[in-house]
Write a protein that binds this ligand. Structure first.
Ligand SMILES: [Zn+2]
Length: 247
């Protein structure tokens, strides 16, 4: 698999890493261990005695890295020509504004939007006053609201990938990886109420299918394979012609 961003994509930044030997690193290891158990609902829960902000911070960094990597394998398909707008199906179109440097939302191509988005997230994660990496440095009061904005925006990359690039994901045989990453993301944001339901609308039906399989696991029916196989994971995502624009 090619994890390095396309030759023509010089703007991608290196990923954020959590330093070995720190408490956050231990937390991440703990998370990875529970994930291995296969029960994602359990894996997202706050480990006993741990600080919720720190847990959210560590996982946010991890999701950022995962999405960065997943999207990185698709940059040759997600081009200005192929994706002239940042969309998630026919009903949802996103215009970029970060509220600081770019206040008035701009309409741009998907790769451009995603580049803005990842660059912005990286800058938040690198800001030691927002995401302190040192022990005993408190998280700021606005930490949760920043984390929520980051996760809300990262969701849009999943939404774009599922709607516009699922065929390519299957060709690369990455659908299992994508589904696991997305499911982990959804369980996490649900556990801590981090992303509003309306923001998840472009993938709501898919989310219901993905998560209902688990809730029915204890019962007799395991449900069908959501988003497996090739073709449209989201065949029925359209409907209505109005385009909802969100920043
Ligand atoms: Zn695209």
């Amino acid at each position: 698999m090619n994890f390095i961003f396309g030759k023509n994509n010089k703007t991608f930044r290196p990923k954020k890493s959590i330093q070995e030997g720190t408490h956050q690193y231990d937390l991440l290891q703990k998370a990875a261990k529970t994930l291995g158990s296969g029960d994602l609902r359990l894996a997202v829960r706050l480990p006993e005695g741990e600080d919720a902000n720190e847990w959210i911070a560590v996982n946010t960094v991890d999701f950022f890295n995962q999405i960065h990597m997943l999207y990185g394998t698709l940059t040759e398909f997600c081009t200005d020509a192929a994706c002239p707008v940042m969309s998630a199906g026919p009903k949802y179109e996103y215009h970029w504004a970060d509220g600081e440097k770019i206040k008035k939302p701009i309409k741009c191509t998907a790769p451009r939007y995603i580049d803005y988005l990842l660059t912005w997230v990286q800058s938040q994660l690198d800001d030691e006053t927002l995401f302190p990496s040192k022990i005993n440095v408190p998280f700021p009061k606005n930490f949760l609201s920043v984390a929520k904005t980051i996760l809300k925006r990262l969701f849009r990359i999943y939404a774009h990938i599922y709607h516009q690039h699922f065929k390519e994901v299957c060709e690369l045989k990455e659908e299992a990886h994508l589904n696991t990453s997305f499911k982990h993301f959804i369980y996490f944001v649900q556990e801590f109420n981090l992303v509003e339901r309306k923001e998840l609308a472009p993938l709501q039906e898919f989310i219901d299918r993905l998560t209902s399989r688990d809730s029915s696991r204890s019962g007799a029916s395991a449900g069908g394979g959501a988003a497996s196989g090739s073709g449209g994971a989201l065949a029925s995502a359209s409907g209505g012609s109005s385009v909802e624009q969100t920043q």
